[in-house]
Design a protein around this ligand. Structure first.
Ligand SMILES: Cc1cc2nc3c(=O)[nH]c(=O)nc-3n(C[C@H](O)[C@H](O)[C@H](O)COP(=O)(O)OP(=O)(O)OC[C@H]3O[C@@H](n4cnc5c(N)ncnc54)[C@H](O)[C@@H]3O)c2cc1C
Length: 353
């Protein structure tokens, strides 16, 4: 029998499973996972409350992980569509604490989450947290300038060492810091500066927020396709939805990566999906399941754009009431747009090229 790939936490059981003898055991297991995930999410949501304005530092849980750069060669030097990554970096979360310190990792094996502290009076753009998620993948958080407002899913230009590049914010508008998840490109000029980023450094924001991917408020369902750091606008949108109590979005997020350690927000997204099943179903999928780095992976396999057809079917997503979005690797984005447009979906895209 072919066993469909399923998200480790978020997905509902298949009809075959539900009809099987072990129904009550299965449901018990799922409920147990959901309870654990609800607990983790509650911790994270508590920690990510807006600054209280009383000058106390805000302590914010932020996830670890990575996303899909896709089909890089085994040495990790090239990604899907030619994305390239820099080798592993040093981790600097500041204050001598380990990067994966404060929030428990996912029961399914996703990386633990680092902590962001926002000290009272931190200068705008001060680096509050840096985490090496996986080789060539970096998360960092900056002190948010007073008055800097943005919509979930927008990007902003960052300047460092005289170089400016656009990055999509992972943080949601209610959060007291700006969070980013970046893929470091070998030979890339901004990447070289980001590779040396340390807590306490300053990064300038060149201009205000722009563009990005916005949620289609008229759609009843949402299909979100991402590779690696392309998950950023969707994490921002989903955090925002939780904050607003919009936990009925019916979103299905498919995130592709070459390796399981690259899903930067897996722990958070799994917890979110388990705590709010009507908000999100999350499907991380690895494109190189045979590699030793993916040993133990039991989730979905294949590239994100190769999972479109079965995702549409499994979640009964139809063009008439579903908004589709694709973000990240240009190859994935173009393929997804073509395939979904052919099926009548309106597709919102953001390419990271
Ligand atoms: C709207 C928008 C939002 C973005 N958001 C993010 C984000 O959230 N996270 C993120 O990591 N990046 C994001 N990017 C990409 C980012 O702006 C930079 O392009 C990227 O960090 C590379 O900059 P660099 O200066 O290091 O490379 P450059 O010096 O500009 O380029 C060096 C070489 O690498 C090639 N190159 C550039 N980018 C890539 C890439 N991604 N993969 C492979 N080769 C590349 C270039 O063609 C060039 O040959 C976004 C881009 C846009 C347009």
């Amino acid at each position: 029998m072919t066993v469909p790939n399923r998200s480790p936490v978020a997905a509902a059981p298949t009809a075959e499973e539900a009809a099987g003898d072990g129904l009550s055991t299965l449901l018990g297991r799922i409920e147990g996972r959901r309870a654990r995930a609800r607990h983790r999410l509650a911790q994270a949501e508590l920690a990510s409350a807006p600054a209280d304005g009383a000058g106390r530092p805000s302590r914010v849980a932020t996830p670890a992980g990575g996303g899909q750069s896709g089909d890089r060669p085994a040495d990790g030097s090239l990604g899907i569509g030619g994305l390239r990554r820099m080798p592993p970096l040093a981790v600097d979360t500041g204050s001598g604490r380990p990067a994966t310190g404060s929030v428990a990792g996912s029961a399914s094996g996703a990386a633990a989450e680092p902590e962001v502290r926002v000290p009272a009076g931190a200068a705008p753009g001060t680096v509050l947290m840096v985490q090496n998620v996986a080789p060539g993948l970096l998360r960092f958080a900056l002190a948010r300038p007073p008055g800097f407002s943005y919509a979930a899913g927008q990007s902003v230009k960052l300047s460092l060492g005289g170089i400016s590049r656009r990055y999509t914010m992972v943080s949601a508008p209610h959060q007291p810091y700006l969070e980013f998840f970046v893929e470091l490109v070998p030979g890339g000029r901004m990447s070289a500066h980001l590779a040396g980023l340390r807590r306490g450094n300053r990064v300038d924001l060149a201009g205000g927020p722009k563009g990005g991917i916005a949620l289609d408020g008229s759609a009843r369902r949402h299909l979100m396709l991402a590779t690696v750091t392309g998950v950023n606008p969707f994490v921002s949108i989903l955090r925002d939805a939780v904050q607003r109590g919009r936990t009925d979005l019916g979103a299905v997020l498919v995130q592709g990566a070459s390796h399981a350690d690259e899903f930067g927000y897996r722990a958070e997204l799994e917890a979110m999906a388990a705590a709010h099943p009507q908000l999100l179903s999350y499907i991380p999928t690895v494109s190189r399941p045979g590699e030793s780095r993916n040993a133990g992976w039991s989730g979905a396999t294949g590239r994100a754009d190769a999972r479109i057809a079965d995702t549409l079917q499994r979640f009964a997503l139809h063009a008439a009431d579903t908004a589709a979005y694709a973000c990240g690797n240009p190859g994935m984005v173009d393929t997804a747009r073509r395939r979904l447009s052919d099926l009548g979906f309106a597709v919102r895209v953001e390419r990271y090229d």
